[in-house]
Design a protein around this ligand. Structure first.
Ligand code: ADP
Ligand code: MG
Length: 257
């Protein structure tokens, strides 16, 4: 055993936090405990993957993280504020302003151009104008679509469409990006492109939470939070896990190849 390194305190702000979150469904006589006491924190700049077997509570957690559902008991704090008891309108504002959604199916509007799709989140807030256009152009460039501003989604590949969706998710300067199987509809090389794009965005201070069943996708995140039966089974640091695997590989040189 080596002495453990001194712990450096983490001063980055907590932007999303579950405090003993339960989500129970009453089904006749039975209570299904989809989430059964989950506490976790996401800090600014984090990249977190949520994994677990079918039925472990991933979708329930995603829905609460995204402000689409509320805990039965416990707190969900976004930007330091408990949003778990907000009414639908207030929760919808949190959703629109603080969270950037990325879906498996992209969810772009087919009739609109790339540029117009990017302006949609601001349109609903009455904030479309010269500034939103500039921002859309900047973000399109940022995701590698500077030359496609006037294209419609149908004229783009799946990977390009997902890039548009990522740029759109960033239009509101959200506290974090929330991705639901964001690469589930893409072939593996396009999947890598999108995961590389997430990496490229991180120096900008972007915070990413993904829900996935694909271990190859999850291991690109810094941490994987494993759910089991509605509880946190473990939190794995993928960076040290990768190092450990590499070290094990070195020491096992000459073994199987
Ligand atoms: P996962 O996404 O990991 O497959 P879910 O969050 O969808 O898991 O579901 C967790 C548990 O909660 C499962 O047992 C599921 O059947 C139950 N559940 C999810 N949604 C509902 C619902 N609307 N009504 C009743 N039970 C539900
Ligand atoms: Mg699910």
């Amino acid at each position: 055993m080596q002495p453990s390194a001194p712990q450096t305190p983490d001063f980055r702000p907590i932007i999303a936090e579950f405090v003993d979150v339960h989500r129970h469904y009453v089904m006749g006589e039975n209570v299904v405990k989809a989430l059964n006491g989950v506490s976790m924190q996401v800090r600014k700049g984090d990249y977190l993957a949520i994994m677990g077997r079918s039925g472990s509570g991933k979708s329930t957690m995603l829905n609460i993280l995204g402000g689409l559902d509320r805990p039965t008991t416990g707190e969900y704090r976004v930007g330091g504020r408990d949003v778990s008891k907000l009414d639908d309108d207030a929760l919808s504002d949190v959703r629109g302003q603080e969270i950037g959604f990325i879906f498996q199916s992209f969810n772009l509007i087919p009739q609109l151009t790339v540029l117009e799709n990017l302006e949609v989140p601001l349109f609903y807030q009455g904030r479309v104008g010269a500034e939103s256009r500039q921002k859309a152009e900047y973000l399109a460039e940022r995701v590698g679509l500077g030359g496609r501003l006037e294209h419609k989604p149908m004229e783009l590949s799946g990977g390009q469409q997902q890039r548009v969706a990522i740029a759109r998710a960033l239009m509101n300067d959200p506290l974090f990006l929330l991705a639901d199987e964001a690469t589930g509809n893409l072939d593996s090389s396009t999947e890598q492109e999108i995961l590389n794009l997430f990496d490229d965005l991180r120096p900008d201070g972007v915070t990413i939470v993904i829900v996935t069943h694909n271990p190859k996708v999850a291991e690109r995140a810094d941490f994987t939070l494993w759910l089991k039966d509605g509880q946190v089974e473990k939190l794995v640091d993928n960076r040290t896990a990768a190092r450990d695997t590499a070290a094990a590989g070195t020491s096992a040189a000459g073994g199987h190849s």
